[in-house]
Design a protein around this ligand. Sequence first.
Ligand SMILES: Cc1cc2nc3c(=O)[nH]c(=O)nc-3n(C[C@H](O)[C@H](O)[C@H](O)COP(=O)(O)OP(=O)(O)OC[C@H]3O[C@@H](n4cnc5c(N)ncnc54)[C@H](O)[C@@H]3O)c2cc1C
Ligand code: FES
Ligand code: FES
Length: 1275
Amino acid sequence: MGSLMTESEMDRVEESGAKEPILYVNGVRRVLPDGLAHLTLLEYLRDIGLTGTKLGCGEGGCGACTVMISYFDQNSKKCVHLAINACLAPLYSVEGMHVITVEGVGNRRYGLHPIQESLALSHGSQCGFCTPGFIMSMYALLRSSDKLPSKEDIEENLAGNLCRCTGYRPIVDAFRVFARTNDALYTNESSGLSSSEFVCPSTGQIPDAKLVVGNTEVGIETRLKSFHYPVLIHVAHVPELNQLIIKDEGLEIGAAVKLSELVKVLKVVLDQRSSFQTSSCRSILEQLKWFAGTQIRNVASVGGNICTASPISDLNPLWMAAGARFKISDCRGITRACPAENFFLGYRKVDLASNEILLSVFLPWNSKNEFVKEFKQAHRRDDDIAIVNAGMRVCLEEKDQKWVVSDASIVYGGVAPYSVSANETKKFLIGKHWNKEMLQGALKVLEKDIVLKEDAPGGMVEFRKSLILSFFFKFFLWVCHQMDGVASFDETVPASHLSAIKSFQHPSVIGSQDYEIVKHGSAVGAPEVHLSSRLQVTGEAEYTDDVPMPPNSLHAALILSKKPHARILEIDDVAAKSSPGFAGIFFAKDVPGTNKIGPIVADEELFASGIVTCVGQVIGVVVADTHENAKHAARKVHIQYEELPAVLSIEDAIESNSFHPNTEKCMREGDVEHCFLSGQCDKIVEGEVRVGGQEHFYLEPNSTLIWTTDGGNEVHMISSTQAPQKHQKYVANVLGLPMSKVVCKTKRIGGGFGGKETRSAFVAAAAAIPSYLLNRPVKITLDRDIDMIVTGQRHSFLGKYKVGFTKDGKILALDLEIFNNAGNSLDLSLAVLERAMFHSDNVYEIPNVRIKGKRISMEVQKSPEEIREINFQREGSVLHYGQQIEHCTLERLWNGLKASCDFLSARKEVEQFNLQNRWKKRGVAIVPTKFGISFTAKFMNQAGALVQVYTDGTVLVTHGGVEMGQGLHTKVAQVAASSFNIPLSSVFISETSTDKVPNASPTAASASSDLYGAAVLDACEQIKARMEPMASKHNFGSFAELAYACYMERIDLSAHGFYKTPDIGFDWATGKGVPFRYFTYGAAFAEVEIDTLMGDFHTRRADVILDLGFSLNPAIDVGQIEGAFVQGLGWVALEELKWGDAAHKWLPPGCLYTCGPGTYKIPSINDVPFKFSVSLLKNAGKWNIFSMNNVSFDRMLQMIRPSTHRSSGEPPFFLASAVFFAIKDAIIAARAEEGLTGWFPLDNPATPERIRMACIDDFTKPFVDDSHFRPKLSV
Ligand SMILES: Cc1cc2nc3c(=O)[nH]c(=O)nc-3n(C[C@H](O)[C@H](O)[C@H](O)COP(=O)(O)OP(=O)(O)OC[C@H]3O[C@@H](n4cnc5c(N)ncnc54)[C@H](O)[C@@H]3O)c2cc1C
Ligand code: FES
Ligand code: FES
């Protein structure tokens, strides 16, 4: 399609005027007036109503804002189509181009594009917030590819797009079909641009101007670091800066050449020139594979990367090592050359005078026996900045039948304020024979050459030091391998070392899903696609921030505490009040109702009144005419504090006895002390487990639009929340209004995962104050970093255990103390702690126990799997809180999985691999789980629904649950459709609203489709009962006829349904009861491979099986499992929160460092297991169905176990711990190489740092002398 124009817009295209800055958007010509330089393309697009393009992060890290730009490229003389991040593109940077947004690709009225259709049908859109970005990345790939992309190309191309819901597999499957077909759907036709010239909107000399090309660095500086540049000059299209010339001596690369262009030309060079000449080119090409995502590479320039002089630039070490020369020009056009190795002078400081710019880079060809190699280790392999990187070059020459070093250059990034050469090492190397002796000597010199201080910014000092040596070792092996077979080169690489230098290749993901379809009625049990999927793939689905602002609206920004614990001495808001667009500022004294808030205990203040107790605590709110002006004004509020001692970690809290009141809980079964003393235990071990917290990382940040009606008598809001009722309650309380006058509506949210259960309500309440007091609509949408700072994360935990067991591995007693970091307010932390206590037994038959099977297995020389089996609970087992297990399918699942993954063979193969490979190790693990379904607070297990049948036979359902991508509305609609025996398309769920269904519990705890499915069913049954006399009298041709006939007979066709979970209850006084209606069982197998020298890992295979009983919608459930598993994989291996505490002294106390996708890495598409199988236990629901003869289908639905849907603690999420234990298994093999066979600690998450540092070897030993070394973790 490509262009969707209304008639009036067509008219505007024709009014083609004189030379003025213009832009085409989806085929419509738009003039860009002066004065919009502060806008990003994203802001502009959303301002003109194209809200399909989303703001997920604003820092180029999530891809939600992806659009395609098309323009005529002077170099290639053709029209190019590129995916870019609209959030970083200054509006004027796309002047003269054609921008296609998701709305321009296809829509429901004119038809979906095949990409959109495919994604919708493949269940590739859950919450849908990431979806437009994926569509645009794929669309741009197809538009820009000369030949159809391969499967691998497609996956690589999507590395810059994050999805938190799906686990990526369905997205890959949806797009993969475009790799195979060969139709002519996608052509490189002209975008409609009439001219290849770009218009410069301003002229004249501007000495203070800042150059920008891709704006990927400057954009971050201005958006996130509040830098202000009065004038920006976009030089991306200056021809002199865009030259790419292949010369006899090397390659000349213009400073504005985009990285994606560089990739293309390097590939050409590799084809054209002899292999030895292109060693530098190859290494740059390899490094660019792991440089950002496609959208960034499509705009980021070579010169921008160089001139930023970032200490972790991926390319600068390579330019330096490769002997590149930079050509610099001053404003008179006089040029000079500077060797790359002399260009970097200090932290973000380069050898450029204020009147100079970088013109080009000259990369010389390599000579024979000159080798250049790149290195990079990041938190996440794809689209992440380096922890340490390096460029290394060595020239060997033959002297006296020995190969000696004639020249070398060893350059590191990430170890100093700028890229640094290891000069002493270079000196040492020159003249040395390239052999093991040289290696040992060089490592010793290198250790002292590159020095990292203990408090170096970025932390991870031991890891970074180990990487410095590990990289060099890899370089040594690689050069030896390159020289293999060269006459008189006598250093050979043992076969077992070869895998250490093999570069990582990601095969295309293979997913399989295995489930049976047991359909009941017209819809229940069918694998229906998410009801909103077609709206989501076209960008038409509306989220809170997309709702048009009413007239007279204001934007709000929060004023936040910068101190972890302090007394507020003075607030100076004078500067804020005079800042542009300012409309009001409000503090604790202005709150008309109560300033005390909290979901269970009101221990928080809406606005801190005297004391702040964490960084990011809200002190006040500012409103202004625009979002930017509101933020600007908030930044201008100056607060003076008197600092007080702060508790920043669980250890601090234990030491200072700082616990939330009345939160100590205990569950007991048997007599643990007696068991330890009785002598029954052959062994007793003690230890500690640390589990880091996790950011929920919903793609859609918190957002609320709130307004008053009737002169302020009523308050209405639209909120992105899992708990509209909590928003209603908080807002009513802080405004001093009755709840009946406050309404909260939620149509859908862009992911929640528990993070929008309570931690969104105070955001709405803060915006309510100015809205109510000024009687004006107010919108608050949090920036990603603010969202992460103010809302808190999933809890970190510390577990202290003492466990006694027999020599066979049967666990007899466990004394366990669990601490969670509840932060500065109680919020839901007690419920989370209780949940942890209930589930601490997992599936093991031990009183009061949660056990880490691995430790015991090492003590008794049995595999963890054997230990697990020995200790399994069984049908009839009584749990440590008194509930008896019924319908336990654990063994069936476990044995089935062991057989299907052929666990014994897998273990053998892994052992074989480990014998043959010294520096790469594989590991396997199989882990079971049991998860209790119900809210542990009994009163919350209730649900309401409103069902309305209209005279045309369509049904409107409203219920208390929120659609957040988990498919709740789809499943509930299926229940209503089956109940009335009508097509699913006749049922509609518009939104969740507190004035339709009151007092709803938050949508959480894996309970919602049970609760709301049953409540809706109750309402349907009531209506059916009322219809029954009419239905039995006549033979109606359709449900519509019946409904109309009932209406004519004055039969009420609206009903309120209600459901409360039966037979549950728990008494904390006795520690006994039945907290859960039932348990969901599951098991997972994982196989991983680790690079012991770098700490890198990937999951080769994951098989997950779950017993979901009878699934309301197996396709949605499989999607939930995959998504939860990949989210869990992030929790166990990738995602690490860091804040200023004793472990991270380089950060200001209490400040969250990991507050955006740049620093906090959730899994990307390339972290998905290579082979990923999900199955649902078959015939699982039959026992229920067969045992319920003579019950109605509707009653049966209530009684059979329903499907699952994700929240923070769900089974498939936990099952990703199989990846953690497989990593641990691989580390055990690595440690065995060093003779280390005993237990060792491995905290969660097992990041590259923890993996590397646990694989003790000669490259870690100089920096850690403890084989139980534990890298620092914020808990
Ligand atoms: C999501 C994301 C991921 C990233 N990943 C990586 C990564 O993996 N590895 C990595 O190394 N970097 C990474 N970066 C950093 C950044 O993308 C690169 O440094 C990029 O190459 C900068 O180019 P640019 O054209 O966007 O620079 P701009 O932001 O346009 O400019 C950067 C600086 O260079 C100056 N400048 C530009 N051209 C010239 C010139 N010709 N002469 C003088 N000064 C000039 C500008 O004035 C400015 O100070 C990432 C950034 C983001 C946002
Ligand atoms: S919003 Fe642009 S990349 Fe996240
Ligand atoms: S569907 Fe991708 S983030 Fe929700």
